[in-house]
Design a protein around this ligand. Structure first.
Ligand code: FMN
Length: 213
């Protein structure tokens, strides 16, 4: 009898945790589309940095596909579409939208709401981030590295890693006829303050995403 009560109690606790982690403000993404209309050569031909991005919305399916290309899981052991230094899960992707900022969870294919606020003007020194319907913010939690990795190397690996992620985003965007641009001139202090980032998590790049016209 005691065991049955304990089992029931644990089941209830697990259920409550699950309900708490997927709340109404979060966005469950549709499955990413892994078949593109263009091949890799064409995507490489078409990759470029956006000069202009309009406020035309992009579909959740396209967003899901770009996020999967960025750091999605492509193997059963949980490894990613982009290489990760020391095979650590330390690159974070936030999605900045009109009224909120979300953290991408690749395992659940979910956008978890972090802040309910329009931060489009607070993330990067470019008009593109203000006009685009969505901006992707890449950060790195450099505390995730093994203890023997020196601090300057942690930051260097983080930037190199973000470059791999960014190129995946560029190629997926090109294949989906979307526009993007990698922005290094970001509003680091605003991002840290508004997203309440811990000391070890450094904002790296912003990539506005949308249509050119
Ligand atoms: C690490 C990195 C940082 C960049 N930072 C900015 C930036 O702050 N602002 C900007 O407008 N473009 C930025 N860019 C985009 C470059 O300006 C762009 O790639 C370059 O002009 C070449 O154009 P293309 O990407 O169309 O070939 C950055 C690109 C890289 C790789």
């Amino acid at each position: 009898m005691k065991n049955i009560i304990l089992f029931g109690l644990s089941f209830f606790i697990l259920l409550t945790i699950e309900i708490k982690t997927i709340n109404a403000a979060d966005i469950e993404l549709p499955n990413p589309s892994k078949k593109f209309q263009v091949d890799l050569g064409e995507a490489l031909e078409q990759r470029k940095s956006a000069e202009k991005i309009t406020n035309k919305e992009i579909s959740l399916e396209n967003l899901s596909t770009v996020l999967w290309a960025a750091i999605g899981i492509n193997r059963e052991d949980g490894r990613r579409t982009a290489p990760m230094a020391f095979n650590k899960d330390y690159i974070k992707i936030y999605v900045v939208m009109e009224n909120a900022v979300y953290l991408y969870n690749p395992k659940k294919n979910l956008l978890k709401q972090i802040v309910e606020k329009n931060l489009k003007k607070n993330i990067a020194n470019t008009k593109l981030a203000e006009t685009a319907p969505v901006s992707i913010l890449i950060t790195a939690d450099i505390s995730e590295f093994p203890f023997y990795v020196k601090n300057n190397l942690r930051v260097m690996y983080a930037h190199a890693n973000a470059g791999c992620v960014a190129q995946n985003i560029y190629l997926a965007a090109a294949a989906l006829k979307l526009e993007t641009r990698m922005i290094g001139y970001i509003k680091e202090n605003d991002i840290i303050k508004e997203l309440n980032l811990q000391k070890n998590e450094i904002p790296l790049y912003v990539m506005p995403l949308g249509y050119s016209g």
